[in-house]
Design a protein around this ligand. Structure first.
Ligand SMILES: Cc1cc2nc3c(=O)[nH]c(=O)nc-3n(C[C@H](O)[C@H](O)[C@H](O)COP(=O)(O)O)c2cc1C
Length: 207
């Protein structure tokens, strides 16, 4: 296995600059005791010093309606999320697996942020994908599906074999990651992600 291995409603605002890499975390679950939210919170603690993980609140995002997806009618929560994605150096998505796929809650968020096609805040945005499940495969199927979805947005996927946290029921307690092996793997993932982002950024500046 590759990975054996407060919910305030305030939308995240990422301050630009400050020399740090900022990653916007999105957990594809609204559940109070979500293990994917807990996994994302663990990345915040395990990220290298120069990397900041801010977690977006998606509970207020309504169901996608193309009639409302214009500058006059777009819900404020959606506009705030799109700005947060645009301001971040990267997005890190922790996806649950529902019925072998990506939960509707997460797909809905991606659909809102993905417009206008080819020019959305996700276009050319570095994106990492992780996930946790009580099942053995640790969201492997959902992550594959999510990669395909992200390709359509022109996001740039972090090349990594995957953070697939299976058997997660035993690895989290009271919203905390308590499995040392998983924590070590996740810490290494965050280091690699951070290094890749810095390399990607310096290539972009050199170009
Ligand atoms: C509708 C539904 C479908 C599910 N389907 C799967 C599945 O296909 N594969 C899997 O590993 N777990 C599945 N589960 C279990 C979830 O992995 C588990 O509920 C997990 O805790 C959800 O993530 P969260 O804790 O971040 O909310 C399903 C759960 C629900 C509610």
């Amino acid at each position: 296995m590759f990975m054996s291995p407060n919910t305030s409603n305030t939308m995240v605002r990422i301050a630009p600059g400050e020399g740090a890499t900022t990653i916007l975390g999105i957990a594809g679950s609204l559940r109070r005791s979500s293990i994917n939210r807990a996994l994302l919170e663990a990345t915040r603690d395990l990220a290298p010093k120069n990397t900041r993980v801010e977690i977006a609140e998606i509970a207020g995002i309504p169901l996608y309606n193309q009639d409302l997806d214009n500058d006059r009618d777009r819900p404020l929560e959606v506009s705030a999320l799109k700005s947060a994605v645009a301001d971040a150096d990267a997005v890190l998505i922790a996806t649950p697996e529902y019925n072998f796929g990506v939960p509707g809650v997460l797909k809905n968020v991606i659909d809102w942020v993905s417009r206008p096609a080819m020019r959305s805040p996700l276009a050319h945005k570095p994106v990492g994908i992780i996930g946790a499940s009580p099942g053995a495969l640790g969201t492997a199927r959902a992550q594959e599906q999510l990669k395909t979805i992200m390709l359509s947005t022109l996001a740039v996927l972090f090349p990594h074999p995957g953070v697939l946290v299976g058997g997660a029921g035993q690895k989290f307690e009271d919203g905390q990651l308590v499995d040392d092996e998983t924590a070590a793997f996740l810490s290494d993932y965050m280091k690699q992600l951070s290094e890749w982002l810095r390399k990607t950024e310096s290539h972009a500046h050199a170009a």
